[in-house]
Design a protein around this ligand. Sequence first.
Ligand SMILES: Cc1cc2nc3c(=O)[nH]c(=O)nc-3n(C[C@H](O)[C@H](O)[C@H](O)COP(=O)(O)O)c2cc1C
Ligand code: SF4
Ligand code: SF4
Length: 294
Amino acid sequence: MKAVIVVFSPSGNTERVGKLLKTSLEQNSIGAELINIAGKEKYFLTKYTQSFLQEIVNEHDILFIGSPVYAHHLQYHVKDLIESLPRPMDGWGKIAVPFVTYGGIHSGIALDEAGKLLRKSGRKVLAGLKVSSSHHMTRAFMKEEYNKNPDEDKLISIIEDLVQLVKSVDLNSTKDYSNHLRYQSVKTYLKAKVIFKEKVWHEKRYPKVLIDYNKCIQCGKCVSVCPVCHLEQDLDSLIVKNINTQCIHCFNCIFECPQKAISPMGDLEKAKIFMENMIKKAKEHPDTCLYPTT
Ligand SMILES: Cc1cc2nc3c(=O)[nH]c(=O)nc-3n(C[C@H](O)[C@H](O)[C@H](O)COP(=O)(O)O)c2cc1C
Ligand code: SF4
Ligand code: SF4
């Protein structure tokens, strides 16, 4: 059996889960390839996403798709990615497993969204995994990164359960379990759909990134860590924003700039209060879980 794991992992948590999964699959004699589309110019700067995927994804029986949760939803680039997947034929497997990582506040409806889209793409969804992870973005507003050290042993054990499930599956006659990924209450669905409008939030609510050209030494670090290729260096090495691919507010550039030349712009006190309120209410149980639950 061959597996491919495709992730979009702006700040590394989802890729980390992908790596643990790859290790566990290989230990169980299942070949696995891991691809992170973050920072791939061919994906973010052209419209040919399907041919890009066809180029980089090898023949497989089972496809894992990993995404961060952004504002209660499946990160929108992963929605687009699933929608760009070729139909399951000619080396593209019929079976899929989505997984999401979230910053320990709320996993929202992301896993269910991924499951539905994968089913719509013609695949059978064998299972889904949600993983409580660190919330890097909180470093910009708070003294300490929220949920900095989630339980890795528990995660490894759950991944092992998932791999055993994969091993036992009959590739030709498995059922679709995507409806088991709807684990949240109706209230959460309403909140996610009415309040947490991810793309609108990116435009209107999340702080914009501001570059201080007096401090910038044009080292290019921010360009190399921007997961959506929004930051570029022009012919004079000046950092510019590419308007064809929007900032997703991962804050990688802010954290990685050696000169502290990039900062979040906007009402940071308001953002801090909002984040603290969300954290106070955070009580997702179980925090990390494989669905369907046994
Ligand atoms: C713009 C943005 C929105 C986020 N929204 C949520 C959220 O709704 N709930 C949550 O628990 N964590 C949220 N997070 C935290 C991420 O889901 C979490 O850190 C995830 O593991 C990041 O994955 P990555 O490291 O692969 O990028 C958000 C992070 C960012 C940058
Ligand atoms: S990382 Fe900072 S110093 Fe380096 S190019 Fe970007 S803004 Fe300038
Ligand atoms: S510009 Fe900065 S905050 Fe925006 S997506 Fe790129 S790295 Fe993330």
